[in-house]
Design a protein around this ligand. Structure first.
Ligand SMILES: [Zn+2]
Length: 199
């Protein structure tokens, strides 16, 4: 027989007395028979276990060490995460980062060039007439704000914001949106955003 000492645990509401490697002071406990008893719903007991499954499994050395391992690993992870929360530093012993992947700075694209040298198109936006107004944000002469979002390498239309007249029109291929001097049109499964052509 193994020499491991198991502890007996019982639901406060009664029922069978189960076995577990260690009855924790906080949190849930998992019994040898595989039940998880919620925090505060159980208490350690000195009585003999009477759960047939727990008793049977207590004779299985592999299962006992597995249960111990799971519990020890769980409490070790909890300890480490508490420690990390305190120090706000990752524990590199436990979570080694591949060399070179650590502290990699976030690379933001350079601010957009002034309009006169801006490319004709940035993804779904025809930039002619727009002024860049931050990362992926463009402003039309009438003050319509167009937000573009980068998806992979492509800038895609994300949002139009305008406090003024907005007209949405159903087209065969989707929806055309006119907001002030800006027009959003369906195009190839995506959109094209541009200044409205002067009429
Ligand atoms: Zn049991």
């Amino acid at each position: 027989m193994h020499q491991v000492r198991l502890e007996a645990v019982r639901r406060k509401s009664g029922g069978r007395i189960h076995l577990t490697p260690r009855v924790p002071r906080g949190g849930p406990v998992t019994t040898l028979c595989g039940q998880t008893l919620g925090e505060g719903s159980f208490a350690a007991t000195d009585s003999e276990a009477d759960c047939a499954n727990c008793i049977r499994r207590s004779r299985d050395q592999a299962r006992i060490s597995g249960a111990f391992f799971a519990q020890e690993e769980g409490s070790e992870l909890l300890r480490l995460s508490l420690e990390q929360a305190r120090t706000r530093k990752p524990d590199l012993r436990v979570l080694p980062h591949p060399a070179g992947e650590r502290d990699k700075p976030v690379v933001w694209p350079a601010p957009k060039a002034p309009p006169e040298t801006a490319p004709e198109r940035v993804g779904e936006l025809v930039t002619r007439g727009f002024k860049p107004s931050g990362e992926g944000v463009w402003r039309s002469p009438l003050g319509v704000i167009v937000r573009m979002r980068k998806q992979g390498k492509e800038w895609r239309f994300a949002e139009v914001v305008f406090e003024g007249e907005v007209i949405a029109t159903r087209l065969e291929a989707g929806l055309r949106l006119r907001a002030g001097d800006v027009e959003v049109l369906p195009e190839d499964g995506g959109f094209e955003v541009r200044l409205r052509k002067k009429t």
